[in-house]
Write a protein that binds this ligand. Sequence first.
Ligand code: CP3
Length: 337
Amino acid sequence: MDDTTKVLLRAARGEAVPHTPVWFMRQAGRSLPEYREVRAGIGMLESCRRPDLVTEITLQPVRRHGVDAAILFSDIVVPLQAAGVDLDIVAGTGPVVASPVRTMADVEAIRPLEPEAVEFVAEAVRQLKRELGPTALIGFAGAPFTLASYLVEGGPSKHHVLTKALMLGAPDVWHALCTRLADITRTFLRVQVDAGVDAVQLFDSWAGALSEADYRRSVLPHSASVLGSLSEVPRIHFGVGTAELLAAMSEAGADVVGVDWRTPLDVAASRVPGKAVQGNLDPAVLFAPWEVVEQEARRVLAEGTKAPGHIFNLGHGVLPETDPDVLTRLVELVHTV
Ligand code: CP3
């Protein structure tokens, strides 16, 4: 299928579009009964390693909602496990790491990612490309900071205290860690691009915990080394609570900057001149009456016109309790406005 027919890619490049493209972070997941059915009894990381299951789960929200993009079903910790890090995803908690990374010796034990160790991802991408037609396929990875946060804390964290203590107190260990993580992330995204994904999203979900100065000094160079290696596909760069980091995140090399619901898209657009934006309906708004959802979605669409391109999305992932019918209706609305 010719790229020019993929509306999402046109919006990412700031070209004219027949309608605003829309997809949802975490569109594949517990909000869908068909997802809960195929995942029954299969662990999260186990399901990510089965190409047939990855393909089926990735396609579910495309069939149901008619979104303009599928996002590969996987997780940001998949390449870490494939590189030999002992970790698991615990339902309702998130990634849990057996031996947290705190010292230079811990960093040196992290091996590079061999592309063959994620061959299951390449296989799923090839299957999906055969199925998807005009729907774009987005590949993704976690950015070095967000991955480092899980490795250093040992699991999900509210304040990222140990991560920041390492970043500020042992910058040599920090940079060595992020250099290795950037290397793993580059390889993971390269495998996806070579297998045929149309665009990539780098999730630096927890970067919003940082000041701009710390972000620029300790994080941006590593994310830039990832994004700079992938210039053949549109690159989306996303984090939560990043209002003050949007300019710096766009400088890391993104074509599209993802924005959460705290920053109106017209404000975001003024902070990332020349770049497309993605977002940013509050996922909690989907629990309000439809009239409110429609009003908020129309506001987001109007504010998005201030950027050269707009990809409609939520400001963060779909919450598991979301009514999937509201998402379907929202896609119809975005396509007709
Ligand atoms: O539809 C999609 O967006 C694609 C699939 C996807 C998953 N994880 C599947 C998943 C994507 C893009 C991710 C990325 C991811 N994983 C991020 C960055 C995105 C973000 O939310 O900011 C982060 C921080 C993680 C780490 C992680 N993995 C968390 C915090 C959790 C949730 C824990 C829980 O159970 O609430 C996971 C598990 C996970 N990853 C699930 C899914 C569908 C839920 C597991 C399940 O269904 O059993």
